[in-house]
Write a protein that binds this ligand. Sequence first.
Ligand code: ATR
Length: 265
Amino acid sequence: MQNAALARMGIDGVYVAFDVAPERLPEAVAGLQALGVRGVNCTIPHKVALLSLVDELSEEAAFIGAVNTLVFREGKRYGYNTDAPGFLAALRSEGVDPTGCRAVVLGAGGAARAVLVALARAGAELTVANRTLGRAQELAADLNRKLGAGLEVKAVPLCAEALGPELGKADLLVNTTSVGMSPRVEDVPPVPLDAVHAGLFVYDLIYNPLETRLLRETRLRGARGTHGAGMLAHQGAQALELWTGQSAPAELMERVILENLAERS
Ligand code: ATR
């Protein structure tokens, strides 16, 4: 998707993948910087290690506790996390305005942190539900402490009884857990379907399969919803924008993802 975007943007550049052993990450970063590359995306297991290898960290990357985009500029290393703004852009491209909306987020891992910080910044009212309640409580407390100013994220267990009342009044449901991801496509988070209503938008971060059982069942109840390919495309587009200072074609990037997924299945 990055190479398709570079071609469309008319940039004489290339995006390539390197497999880097964890113990060689500092050398790899120094080498890339010395070579004069514009920037890097990185993923598991390097996202956390990069926190201590940058000169400056964006507020989102610091809160999420992970760097997924590195920018080399004037001899310095800047660490960003484009998952949070990528999620917001994907949501907005579906016509969902998070400002003032009531959102329920399933899961309390790294992806949930990105989604929650994005929604909190946009002014949503938030509930986080997790199988391990303690993790949701810690995350809610961390958000309330760090983002402060009137924010009150609520933590509940990920079970039908606790979710019922939350979903009834929610505008947005976001699944950040891996429940329903291929190959266990028949798994579904314990969302009480009677509480699902036509005013609910369901954003499932999973993109393999494109239609999870959660999306299918909530659609049957009248909710709108979409898969995670949009967020994947938008976080990539935001990284490209950081490297180039130009706007990146997120729709084209999403189309490339969808074509690749179709070829594989
Ligand atoms: P990521 O960084 O991608 O968010 P993670 O940190 O491993 O990944 O988080 C995975 C999330 O999916 C967690 O919220 C996890 O719940 P726990 O904190 O209770 O482990 C959730 N999850 C994974 N499998 C699950 C399952 N079978 N049922 C409910 N939640 C599940």
